[in-house]
Design a protein around this ligand. Structure first.
Ligand SMILES: [Zn+2]
Length: 211
């Protein structure tokens, strides 16, 4: 499986021919990218694009319409033609993906969580994974997040240090790959890391990953 993962910075070069020549089979968006950029990627490549929101993205949670009289479903917010996997488990191209968007809370706004709030989101995701595994007998292949697992990025400041809950999730569920954004490499190529057997990749601004 050839994966193109993108995050945080628009790659101007993708508006030329380099994009299609990479021939990815799936695109993963790790957050903080303009929606029209994601829509451009999905329409140009014509492969599934799974994404999670970053801390600079708008709130994508659907309003609760349980008690409103209108039966009209509100349109799914976010980039059109792309699949929001925030807090969800999904299968594409024979692999199982799960996503967790957002960063550590550092100011008011959507898509930010305390360590404790992220623990609860991770627990909910693990329940969904366990149910799927019980029914279909497969584990998680790829974890898509915006923030890094705690300690996986060199960042030390509060906004970028990452989530303890991601670290525990990776150690427990052991996906083959965990991709994240949020930590800007400022021109350096950040090497892949390993947490147990899981490859952890900072994809800012983009990476092609063979899995
Ligand atoms: Zn971010």
């Amino acid at each position: 499986m050839r994966i193109l993962a993108v995050a945080d910075e628009v790659e101007e070069g993708f508006y030329g021919d380099t994009l299609t020549s990479m021939r990815p089979e799936i695109v993963l968006g790790c957050g903080d990218l303009p929606f029209d950029y994601l829509e451009y990627l999905v329409s140009r490549l014509d492969v599934p694009l799974l994404y999670v929101p970053g801390n600079h993205d708008p709130n994508l949670k659907l309003p609760d319409t349980t008690w409103t009289p209108s039966r009209v479903e509100p349109p799914e917010p976010g980039p059109q033609g792309c699949i929001n996997v925030d807090g969800r488990v999904t299968e594409e191209r024979g692999l199982r993906f799960a996503g967790l968007g957002g960063s550590l809370r550092y100011k008011e706004g959507p898509n930010q969580y305390s360590q404790g709030e992220m623990v609860r989101r991770v627990v909910r995701l693990e329940v969904a994974l366990r149910l799927k595994r019980a029914r279909q007998g497969r584990k998680l292949d790829v974890l898509v997040t915006h923030a890094p697992p705690f300690g996986a990025a060199e960042a030390k400041d509060a906004a970028h240090v990452g989530f303890n809950a991601f670290l525990r999730l990776i150690r427990t569920v052991k996906p083959a790959l965990a991709v994240h954004g949020h930590v800007h490499p400022y021109g350096r190529v950040i090497p892949e890391r390993l947490i147990g057997s899981t490859r952890v990749v900072n994809v800012v601004p983009w990476r092609v990953i063979e899995l």
